[in-house]
Write a protein that binds this ligand. Structure first.
Ligand SMILES: [Zn+2]
Length: 111
């Protein structure tokens, strides 16, 4: 799989779903995901990538967790940062679909 790497300053300041600006004083919502066993994103570790979805036209941003990180130890291969509970709900619905019809996601964790 080939992905575009998003520069950190973009990735860390934008909602994965609506791409609204996230500022330091906002509450940020996190969603973690475990990828299917045959999806290898090791070359993108610790970067944010733009992924496309099966059920949605718009691309979304996902952080690929690094080996040895806390998130990885909790079984999360990818993390999404979201600006609001609404965005996290929308992403949750989309990821639920992706899990059943897509090739990328295995399970999703919500915090
Ligand atoms: Zn948002």
């Amino acid at each position: 799989m080939e992905f575009n790497i998003i520069p950190d300053e973009d990735a860390l300041s934008k909602c994965a779903w609506c791409q609204n600006h996230i500022s330091d004083d906002m509450e940020v919502f996190g969603v973690g995901t475990k990828l299917k066993p045959d999806v290898d994103l090791s070359e993108y570790e610790s970067h944010c990538i733009q992924i496309s979805l099966v059920s949605e036209e718009k691309p979304i941003y996902m952080m690929v967790t690094a080996q040895g990180s806390e998130a990885k130890k909790e079984g999360k291969d990818g993390l999404f940062l979201l600006c609001s509970i609404e965005c996290s709900k929308k992403l949750k619905n989309v990821l639920a679909k992706e899990i059943s019809i897509g090739k990328m996601f295995g399970t999703v964790h919500f915090e």
